[in-house]
Write a protein that binds this ligand. Structure first.
Ligand code: ARG
Length: 270
């Protein structure tokens, strides 16, 4: 009986050890010689796809920051492009070492994830069709319209509370459409399936600049939660300090503006 109890105790433990995801600590990264970045490359100028020397490449100012972090760690950078709503689970399972994806460090996310200092501030805006720009000049004007937001992003809550007037942003709303990729929301907007996409204003401007049939709505929702930060697996204090050290260096060198402008210049080539 005693033996059986031991076995029962030991098995889940053994199974847990065997299934342990590769450690995403600083040492493991240095040992592997590479830093694996998770991002959702549908978010110009933060991160987006472009063609470099005939091949697909992911660029943007988040990627420039990631490259600096990798450089300071003395390792190479590998980029994994995924849906935004899968990033934190990938981080938790050790599939990626860090997330840089214009991610807002919300209180809810902070429960299970550690965040760096804020590296970029933002406001929230809307992409609409140019033809409707004069119609959608306030949140109230969109109250009865189909509005899109990226699945898992804070914009879903903004659409529900600030446009639809819902008190609880966890409940579904039939006129808030959630999709995994911003580019797919933009397609739905172009095709008349939705009337607006809630997104960071810089991203709205980027899509409008690249698509003459799209425009930025003339109002914003200030981002009260504070902008973008780098996410690491909860408890990865070594990696987090390294990330903050690189961010502090970039701030001291006033490098961010240059990164943002370089990203916008890449966008012009699209
Ligand atoms: N800042 C918003 C959030 O954290 C949206 C970020 C979306 N990022 C992206 N790469 N698609 O929820």
């Amino acid at each position: 009986m005693k033996r059986l109890a031991w076995l029962l105790l030991a098995f889940p433990l053994l199974a847990a050890c065997g299934a342990k995801a590769p450690s995403s600590g600083l040492e493991a990264i240095q040992k592997a010689g590479k830093l694996v970045l998770g991002t959702s490359a549908d978010f110009p100028p933060y991160e987006f796809h472009t063609t470099k020397d005939g091949a697909d490449a992911i660029v943007g100012f988040d990627i420039a920051i990631a490259a600096e972090i990798a450089k300071d760690l003395g390792v190479s950078l590998e980029i994994k492009d995924m849906k935004f709503d899968g990033l934190l689970a990938a981080l938790d399972s050790g599939n990626i070492d860090l997330v840089i994806a214009g991610m807002t460090p919300t209180e809810e996310r902070k429960k299970n994830t550690d965040f760096s200092e804020i590296y970029y501030r933002a406001e929230q805006g809307l992409i609409v069709r140019s033809a409707d720009a004069a119609k959608y000049t306030s949140p109230e004007a969109l109250k009865g319209a189909m509005v899109g937001a990226q699945k898992g992003a804070i914009q879903v809550g903004i659409a529900k509370t600030r446009i639809k007037g819902m008190a609880d942003d966890k409940a579904d709303h039939p006129e808030v459409k959630e999709l995994g990729k911003v580019a797919d929301l933009v397609l739905e907007l172009k095709n008349g399936k939705i009337e607006a996409v809630v997104v960071e204003t810089e991203v709205a401007k980027a899509y409008a600049a690249a698509n003459p049939d799209l425009a930025v709505a003339p109002f914003v929702f200030p981002d009260t939660e504070g902008g973008s930060a780098v996410a690491v697996k909860k408890g990865s204090s070594g990696l987090l300090s390294a990330v903050n050290a690189t961010l502090a260096r970039l701030a001291a060198e006033k490098a961010m503006d240059g990164f943002v402008n370089a990203a916008k210049a890449e966008m012009d080539k699209l």
